[in-house]
Design a protein around this ligand. Sequence first.
Ligand code: NDP
Ligand code: OXD
Length: 321
Amino acid sequence: MTPSCDQPGYAEPATVYFHSELDDPLQWQATLKNALPDVRFVTGSTCDAPESVDIALVWTPPPQGLNAFPNLKAVLSLGAGVDQLQLEKLDPRIPVARLIDLTLTARMVEYCKAAVFYFHRNFHLHQRLQVSRIWEFIPPMSAAERHILVLGQGELGAAVAVGLAGEGFGVSGWSRSIKSLPGVKSLSGADRLESAVAASDIVINLLPLTSQTRGILNREFFSWFKTGTCLINVGRGAHLNEADLLDALHRGKIDAAFLDVFGQEPLPAEHPFWSHTQLHLTPHVASLSDPVHSATTVIENIRRAMHGVPLLNAVDRSCGY
Ligand code: NDP
Ligand code: OXD
């Protein structure tokens, strides 16, 4: 049990600097103040006393950068991913935590199941036939015959894989280390990837963005797809080589894709993805965090940071995730 902010050893109330273009500062301020009435909540592109900031609670670094705060005790990500924090620029001794909560995970499982069922029940094929007013019976496969590969078996990827196995699909999960998850065949290592991709009908990307995974969804990767394979990218836009995806669609190497994340967000209006009939786009909403569901661990991590206690959901700075 971490000491409360009111107990001895907690000399000063925490000063939390908040920055996000996506999350509501007022909602977060109200939620934090409710639990930690003394907390000083600072937001905005300028901060009058950067030396007083203890904790940065951010989605992306503020314009002045995280190094503008010389006495940071912790960086708390407003997302499950941390690539957007540009951690390579941050002192490696500063602890960083990412956001994990049951609602965020449940939302990701819902999104992936919805996309998988769309492909599994051939809605994408019927949609194309509908445009030409063609009444054609496409016999549905059983879930057990449909093989799904989930790249990344962390908090989100593991929950998605187990959830899909529970629906009766054949599921494999690929990660750096081998896992033991009910109904999921665990694979690890670059040498296992080609055969796993080649055996799959649907590939879901839930890897973190690191120097090892950047651009992994590329021409070579797509060349391993069998005819009719579909892609779901909910990791990061920079995992995907966009030109290679368009080329693979054109050559029939990929049948269709759900894309939730993009190299540039918002996706520019002139981008070819918008009008591609085999692509289903969503604006980075596969899962979302919000103070109602995510504040508990943030509050606990503020307490921990103020007492020099290791953070919950700490990022391994040497791996970048
Ligand atoms: P975790 O850090 O919990 O899991 C990452 C997984 O990827 C682990 O299983 C890890 O392996 C595996 N991995 C990492 N690097 C490699 C590699 N080089 N080769 C093979 N496997 C690798 O992340 P989460 O599950 O919490 O989140 C995954 C990502 O989802 C986030 O980083 C973020 O980018 C994205 N995301 C997207 C959202 C959206 O709305 N679209 C919402 C939330 C997150 P091991 O277990 O062995 O360490
Ligand atoms: C996250 C995201 O990383 O929403 O949490 O992408």
